[in-house]
Every structure is written in C-alpha cells, then in structure tokens.
Ligand binder design. Structure first.
Ligand SMILES: NC(=O)c1ccc[n+]([C@@H]2O[C@H](COP(=O)([O-])OP(=O)(O)OC[C@H]3O[C@@H](n4cnc5c(N)ncnc54)[C@H](OP(=O)(O)O)[C@@H]3O)[C@@H](O)[C@H]2O)c1
Length: 263
C-alpha cells in the first residue's frame, strides 16, 4: 500500500504501535528490560554496551519533547488556543522527563544503561510523538480542535485526570530519589502515602497521565500511547513488586503492585 497522505501515514503509525503492544507486553514479561534494578550484571548481547544512565534518559526522552515540538510546529493550527493548551500539557510532562528528571535521580556511581534501550525508545517515541502531535495541529488528520474543545466535558475530565496523574508521578519519583542519602547506592523500602498501597506509584501516575491525555484529546494517538505505556510498564511493575518481596523479607504484604486494592 502506498502512503501518500498524512492521514495514511497516521493510520500506518497507529496500527504499527497497536500491533507492537502485545509483542512488547509479552516480550517484557519474559525478559525484563535490562536497566535499573533489573539490569544484568554482565552485558547481554541482546541489550548491547552501556552508556551513562542519566544520558540514556536524555537521549531516549528528548524526541518526545523536541521531536513532538517540531512535528507540532509544522502544522497550520499551531497557534490556535486548544491545540496550544494540549501542546503545553504534553510538554509539561516530557520537558521535565527529558531534561530535568535525569538530573534529579540518584544514580549509582558508574551506572550505565544498555544502548539498545535508548535506541529502541528513540524510534518508538518518534512514532508516538507523530501520532500525538500531528493530530493537534495538522490538517487532514482527526477531528481538529476548535477553541470550544476547551469547554468540552471530555477535555475537562481528561485534563483533571492528567493533572492528578502528573502530580502522582512526580511525587512518587521524588520520594524514590529521596531514599538515597548522599553517598548511598542501595535500595530501601519506600514508605508512606501511596507507597503504603502499591509498590509503583510512579507507574500508576504515568497510567493516569496518559489516560487523561487519551480522554482530553479523544484521539487514536492518545489511545495508542496509553496502550503502549501499559504494555511497557505493567510487566515492569509486576517484576518490581516481585523483586521487593525477594529482596526484603519484611516487605509489607498488603501492598499491591501498581493499582491500589486491585493489582
Ligand atoms: N511512558 C512509559 O512508557 C515509561 C517507560 C519507562 C519509564 N517511565 C517513567 O520514567 C520514570 C522512571 O522509571 P523507572 O522504570 O526508572 O522507575 P524506577 O525503577 O522506580 O526507578 C526510578 C529511580 O528511583 C530509584 N529507585 C527505585 N526504587 C528504589 C528504592 N526502593 N530505593 C532506592 N532507589 C530506588 C532508581 O534507581 P536504580 O536506577 O538504581 O534502580 C531510579 O533512579 C517513572 O516515572 C516512569 O513512570 C515511563
């Protein structure tokens, strides 16, 4: 099939991401992504050599901020109020994730992340940025966002869920960063707030952010990204939860993995 119009590119990108979701989910259940606590001690041929973890974060997330901005600014509706508000919502998350979060985490000295992880993330993040940026400002894709969209109940409910998720994700990541005092490199049991209910409130917050985005944009791109996030982070949440139980015999038994009271 020839791809001659933006709508056709959009459809192809959407089905690509949707088709990859079950593969990513199944693959990550079998083989945990090799970074952070699940990193293999010895380099594995599949994951490749390591690069400093902070820079791995910048490299893999920057396309979601800068790439998204370029694609968005390409579109003729870039200076209209509703697309601009949605653009700023996206950037509020991804500018922080790309350029601030990597310098807030407490990495272990010499900590590296295998190069295959940022390489895979850059390509998927560019496709996902296209799906979510082009639909805001380009012609010929999706509904178009007139100013009245800002009063639509779908936008209002979505924006509220997005903000709750954003605050949850930031607070959870900040609590993890605060666990390691200067010079410390190990792991501790996080306690208090949502950590008394689940092992991974940062991932729970991430799920809320992209659920809110999917509702606020009411778009195929939003749905595709939510499913992509779940495919990536649900396996990891279960693996982190199991890891806590193995590492800490006194780990609180009532905690769930990632959805309070449920999972
Ligand atoms: N949208 C997506 O698909 C997606 C995908 C991946 C990540 N993310 C987001 O990116 C952020 C980071 O993800 P992540 O998988 O790296 O999260 P993570 O495994 O929870 O780790 C976050 C940071 O906290 C440290 N840490 C975690 N648990 C700790 C403990 N018990 N004691 C001391 N330090 C601890 C980690 O150190 P170590 O590195 O030394 O383990 C790392 O620096 C999250 O907000 C997540 O939602 C989003």
């Amino acid at each position: 099939m020839e791809l001659t119009s933006p709508a056709q590119w959009y459809g192809a990108a959407f089905w690509l991401i949707l088709g990859l979701c079950p593969l990513v989910f199944g693959g990550l259940l079998l083989l945990p992504a090799s970074y952070g606590r699940h990193k293999k001690d010895k380099p594995h041929w599949l994951w490749g050599p390591g690069i400093p973890t902070r820079w791995a974060w910048v490299i893999m997330e920057a396309p979601s901020s800068l790439g998204f901005a370029v694609i968005y600014l390409w579109g003729p509706h870039r200076f209209e109020p509703a697309p601009l508000v949605l653009f700023l919502m996206w950037q509020s998350h991804y500018f922080q994730r790309s350029f601030i979060f990597p310098f807030l985490i407490k990495t272990r000295p010499g900590d590296t992340t295998p190069v295959s992880i940022p390489v895979m993330a850059v390509s998927s993040n560019l496709v996902i940025s296209f799906l979510n940026a082009a639909i805001l400002s380009w012609d010929g894709i999706g509904r178009g966002y007139a100013t009245a969209w800002l009063w639509d109940p779908r936008f209002i409910v979505g924006a509220i869920v997005f903000v709750i998720g954003y605050r949850t994700n930031r607070k959870a990541d900040a609590m993890l960063a605060a666990l390691r005092k200067p010079g410390e490199t190990g792991y501790k049991i996080p306690r208090g707030w949502l950590y008394d209910k689940i092992s991974c409130p940062n991932y729970f917050g991430e799920f809320l952010v992209w659920t809110g985005w999917a509702i606020a944009t009411w778009s195929p791109g939003g749905v595709a990204f939510l499913l992509w996030t779940l495919a990536n982070l649900l396996p990891r949440a279960l693996q982190n939860h199991r890891w806590y139980h193995q590492k800490f015999p006194d780990y609180p038994p009532q905690r769930k993995a990632v959805i309070p009271y449920l999972l």
